[in-house]
Ligand binder design. Sequence first.
Ligand code: UDX
Length: 476
Amino acid sequence: MEQEGTEPHVLIFPFPAQGHVNSMLKLAELLSLSRLRITFLNIHRIHHKLTLHADIQSRFSRFPNFQFQTITDGLPPENRPIGKFSDLIHSLKSVTKPLLKQMLISGQLGPTPTCIILDGLFNFIVDVDAEPKIPIFSFRTISACSFWAYSFVPKLIEDGQLPIKGEEDMDRIIDGVAGMENVLRRRDLPSFCRLEDPFDPTLQYGVTQTIQSFKAHALIFNTFEDLEGPILSCLRRRCSNIYAIGPLHAHLKSRLSGEDSPPASESSNCLWEVDRSCLAWLDAQPSKSVIYVSFGSVVVLRESQFREFWHGLVNSGKRFLWVVRPNLVAGKDGENGVLEELEEGTKERGCMVSWAPQEEVLAHDAIGGFLTHSGWNSTLESIVAGVPMICWPQFADQQTNSRYASEVWRIGLDMKDVCDRETVAKMVNDVMENRRNELMGSAIETAKSAISSVEVGGSSYSDLERMISDIQLLCQ
Ligand code: UDX
């Protein structure tokens, strides 16, 4: 093993998915700006995609203490890009985990890390009891409120609130979750709670990783006090060492603005090729006239749902910019006949792209609303841009995020579990027109608090400083 120095060395390892790599790369850049030595470990295929489409090599080359390293996920090539989630987890456990241990022991990743910032979705990948013993900072890419809801699942099963007993049970309020009194209905719990068998491996996986995160040396959240303060207080009763350092993209932007020579382009961590043509299209649209539609990197729509959205958008009479990933519609990978047919009838008021520069789009003056799947990155990006949302959550944390966006933060409308053209058109008109003043008012206030949290003296700024000095202290 290489000799340990007194200089802190942080190993960062994200779960191999867009929403995870994106935020952890931003954290890596923030820590590099504070001159920490960083090793960013990526699954080979993710790294390959990143270097194909993003400017990350040149962005990170300005940090002499930064290195990328890669490791296999062990999946055979025919299973790529991912295949089944359970196959990926099995392979990460059986192939990647022992390999990582070997890489740590042999010094292949550099000096023994001072700590590992590990994606909390796969805490199992490092055996905390094995040698070398390295403190784990568990980074959760989801909201604090959805993480907190996950942690209560065993209790909800025990006292009979789970499993959900059919559709009539869905709107009943959940009891006994501290900090969430009168907020969550059963339909707002993380999606896996809808499974009939409460011991289904998918649900149990989420619960186990949540419980495991509490055992880490520290917990990191991409959130901020003004947004999730009450839940963060509850979490601190279970884990004293919590850093709330988000929104990371705004935090990075704020700290880059103080750099002598910031990188030329916006930091893009995309695994797909970005189509920037939509920015020129937006330039030609009136202020706050366009609804931006994107369902993130994983959600897949049935063709019937895709058509309902399209009709709803067209019937709303509003302009729209819609991200239609090549694999967005089930069974339409590549050829996308339905898209061509619909696109033809859309040209006047709509623009469709396969992948957009989302942060820039949301910040564009022409955008007046965001129809989103409520992924946590998208939610934070919308918050910072002060754009009200229509939330159509699909899985995992998204169900809880959308409830908070509508009922607690009051910056969006929750369209959960509904997908018909009338509702889509109505929601679009509500966000863009009928309820615009009310939603815009709270969206602008929330944006202001998000931005001040990452400025000098703000809560997220201070938590990041505290985290950096805690990492430095681990070396002494
Ligand atoms: C997943 C989960 O869905 C999400 O709930 C969890 O919080 C993180 O992991 P994903 O579904 O991809 O992520 O959603 P989200 O978290 O919103 O991340 C998507 C990212 O892709 C955002 O940073 C967004 O800016 C980016 N994006 C999306 C683009 O850059 N361009 C696009 O066209 C669409």
